[in-house]
Design a protein around this ligand. Structure first.
Ligand code: RB5
Length: 152
């Protein structure tokens, strides 16, 4: 798969380790920064990653900030994005199976690199369960997005 990744200054150290894990799993990575520890704004990094995923140029996206919260809020404003904020292994699997999440957000200030790397492995390797229940619920989420979209 092709994976787009981005982080703000509070997630940039974790990003480097995650890139190595994604490569080790045989996936391609496009890194949208940031590349230094100067203070930056998380929406500026959520946007290019999510645009790549929404357009289909990337299969999935990974976003990291201090808490993961800002990144996940910003990501979920972009039509077509189902971003999951995940800090445990159970949720990493469940959000792929049930929500078909296409972007993963994590907080470098919340979890250590070992857990974060395992989350990424599980999240990348787990398929959407599909089936009437989950497909129907994801469709209802898409309907919400269409109802409130400024650019339908
Ligand atoms: C930066 O200090 C921090 O606010 C940001 O990385 C993120 O945690 C926001 O949600």
């Amino acid at each position: 798969m092709k994976i787009a990744i981005g982080a703000d200054h509070a997630g940039v150290r974790l990003k480097d380790g995650i890139i190595a894990v994604i490569h080790s799993l045989g996936h391609e990575v496009e890194d949208f920064g940031c590349h230094c520890s100067d203070s930056v704004d998380y929406p500026d990094y959520a946007l290019p990653v999510c645009e790549k995923v929404a357009s289909g140029e990337a299969d999935r996206g990974v976003l990291i900030c201090g808490t993961g919260i800002g990144m996940s809020i910003a990501a979920n404003k972009i039509p077509g994005i189902r971003c999951a904020l995940v800090h445990d292994l159970f949720s990493a699997k469940a959000t792929r199976e049930h929500n078909d999440s296409n972007v993963l957000a994590m907080g470098e200030r919340v979890i250590g690199p070992g857990v974060a790397e395992d989350i990424v492995r599980i999240w990348l390797e787990t398929e959407f369960s599909g089936g009437e229940r989950h497909v129907g619920r994801v469709s209802k989420v898409q309907a919400l997005e269409e109802k409130y979209s400024l650019h339908p």
